[in-house]
Design a protein around this ligand. Sequence first.
Ligand code: ADP
Ligand code: MG
Length: 445
Amino acid sequence: MHFLPEDVFDLCLDRAKKFMGPEKYNSWLANASFRSYDNGVFTIGLDSEIRSNFVTQHYKENLEELLRKITEKSDISVVFTHVPETLSLGKIQNSSRHEMFSNFLKPGYVFDRFIQGPNNRMAFATAQAVAYEMGHSSTNPLFIYGGVGLGKTHLIQAIAHHIKENQQDKKFSYISSEEFLTSYVRALDPNKNRTRAMDIFKDRFRNSHYLIMDDVQFLAGKEGTQDVFFHLFNDLYLRGRQIILTSDRPPHEIEPLEERLISRFQSGMVVDIKPPILETRLAILNQKLKDENIQLDKDIVLYLAETVKSNVRQLEGAVNLLAANIRIQNIELSLENVRSIVTEYLGASSRRLNPSSITSTVGEFFGVNPNSLKGKQRKREILVPRQVSMFLMRELTSLSLEEIGSFFGRDHSTVLNAIKRINSKMSEDSFFKRKILDIREGLLG
Ligand code: ADP
Ligand code: MG
C-alpha cells in the first residue's frame, strides 16, 4: 500500500464535511479519529456508543464510498468503535496515533524470534539497548545497514513492539522512507488546505519519542524530502528523541544524499548486519521449520543450510516452497526431492538477477541490443539504457560499484554517476520512472 491510511482518512473527513454540511458534521463526525487499517478495513473511533450507532446507520456507506474513491480500491469497508468517555480527547488522539503505526508491525518480528549470530550480534544488542532506553548520545541515531533479507526490518520492528509492550507512555512512528515521501508529497497537494495538511504531517512525527524509519536509501535524489527530513531529524534529536534508521548500504554510499544528512546519519552508532554463517542459518532454519510444523531429516536440514546461504529471506522462501510441496503432494520429501526443488528455486532467482540478465531485460525494454550496452558507444539511445542497467544492478544485486563498473569495462565513478543521473531523471520524469519500476518488477518476477 502506497498511502498512509491516516492521510486517507483525513482526506475522507474533509470531503465528508462538504457533503454533510458543517452542522451535521460537527454533531457526528468532528471527534472521529483514525484507529487502524487492516486489509481493507478502516477502524474509526468515535467517542460514544450513541454516535457510533448513529453514524453506522446513517453515514457508513457514504464514508465507505468516499474511501473507495480516494484509495481507488473497491474492497474497502469501515467499522466504528467507541472508547470510554472517561478518557480525555487528548488521550484518545494520542493513542490513536500510537496505534496507527503499530498497525504496520508484523506480529512475529520480535526480539525473541530474532536468532543471534556473529553476523548480527552487535546490531541486535544495540537495538535492544535503544528499545530499553532511548536517546543516549552514543546510540542516537542508530543506523543499521546490510543487504536485503538479512533482518533489518525485523530488528527495528522488534524495537517498536518492545516500546508498545513495555513503554506505553512513549510514542513511536514507524515508517518506510518511501511512505514518508508519499505522505509528504500528499501534504503538498494543492487541492488540500496546505498549511493544515503540512502541520498534520509534521506533528505526526514531531510528537514521537522514537522515529523509526526503514530503508532510508530511498531518500537518495529526493531533495525536497531530504530537506524536510533534515529539519525533522534535528528537531527530534535536540529534544533527546531517539532516531532509528535502516539502509541497504552505509550512509556515505547513499547517493545522492545531502552531505549534512550523511554526517547526521554517521553521528551516532552505525552497525551492519552481514549474511549469517552456517550455524546461524541452521538455527534460523530450525525455528522456521518448527513454525511451519515440518519435520525433515537432519541431512536435509543441513543440505538446506549449506545451500541456501545468501540471505534469510531466501532461506524462508525455500522452506515455504518445501512446505507447499509437502501440503500438495502429502508425502515425505526425500533428499533428492528437496535437492531438485531447491536447485530450481535458487536457479530461478539467480538467473533473473545477474548482470547479463539485467542488461538483456533492460535492452529488451529499450529496444536495443544488450551487447551494445557493454560497448563504447555514447549515443543517447545506448547511454540511457546502459545507465539504467548500472542503476538496477546496484539496486538488485549485492555487487559493488567496482564490480558493476568492471562488467561494463568502466570504473566505479562512472557507475556512481550513472546512478545519480537515473535517480534525478526518475524524479523529474514520471513516465521514465514508471518504465524503470516496470523493468525492476519484471526482474524481480
Ligand atoms: P531486511 O529488512 O534486511 O531486508 P527482513 O527483516 O525483512 O530483512 O528479514 C527477512 C526475513 O528473514 C524476515 O521474515 C525475518 O523475520 C527473517 N530473519 C532475518 N534475520 C533473522 C534472524 N536473525 N532470526 C530470525 N529471522 C530472521
Ligand atoms: Mg527491510
